[in-house]
Design a protein around this ligand. Structure first.
Ligand code: HEC
Length: 202
């Protein structure tokens, strides 16, 4: 963790020290988070995963993977925007490697969460248990809740995120055409694909 508090530039070192003491550097802050807020936050992340999963599965079975790429391209950002507006939060997905560079690139704390998830997966933690919580005070004094939930690669995902040589040529062409800078291939089942991330004012 080379930059533990990337968003805290501008606050006094005393405040930073107080925060550093209040927050364990291992980013599990669940103790300081109201259980109702924690459950609601988990719910927002689960909503994104479920809504997208439904759209993806429907598109795959109705029209096949090539057409499903277009559905993902349109549905992923619009579902994320809808949930963000509905909950007064920022909700999105980020990747350890990224297909959509406008949405999927992790920021400082999100990279930290992904690194922690990788380490915990390697240690044998269950994918479903991988969550990250942190409360920080922004420079404007507003407290902010940061939550990440790991997304681990399943069989279904390998269709479009597996090794390029395993992806059928027409599908690979479609992905390259829509996402010329795509880096989100080469994943196998069980590997960390990314995270759903939620940022909300407290
Ligand atoms: C039909 C092809 C397809 C399948 C199957 C698919 N994805 Fe994707 N995935 C995409 C596309 C296209 C994007 C870019 C969406 C966008 O524009 O936001 C994407 C983006 C993502 C992102 C956001 C980060 C990034 O790289 O931009 C994550 C995380 C992700 N996929 C995870 C998964 C997981 C987990 C599964 C399996 C449950 C899965 N995908 C299955 C096509 C697919």
């Amino acid at each position: 963790m080379s930059r533990p508090f990337p968003s805290l530039t501008g606050i006094t070192s005393a405040a930073l020290l107080a925060l550093a003491v209040a927050l364990p550097s291992y980013a599990d802050d669940t103790a300081t988070i109201d259980p109702t807020v924690a459950q609601a936050t988990r719910g927002i992340a689960a909503d994104l995963v479920n809504q997208l999963g439904q759209r993806l599965k429907a598109a795959l079975s109705a029209d096949g993977p090539v057409a499903a790429v277009s559905v993902c391209k349109e549905a992923a950002p619009s579902i994320a925007r809808g949930l963000s507006a509905q909950h007064g939060a920022q909700v999105t997905r980020v990747g350890t490697r990224v297909r959509n560079p406008n949405m999927g690139v992790p920021n400082g704390w999100q990279k930290e969460a992904l690194a922690e998830f990788e380490a915990r997966l390697e240690k044998g933690d269950k994918p479903g248990d991988l969550e990250y919580w942190k409360v920080v005070e922004r420079s404007d004094g507003q407290r902010e809740l940061r939550y990440a939930k790991a997304i681990v690669t399943q069989q279904l995902c390998v269709t479009c995120h597996g090794k390029p040589e395993d992806i059928p040529a027409p599908l690979m062409e479609k992905i390259r055409a829509e996402y010329p800078a795509d880096q989100a291939t080469g994943y196998s089942v069980g590997k960390l694909r990314g995270a759903v991330v939620v940022t909300r004012p407290m």
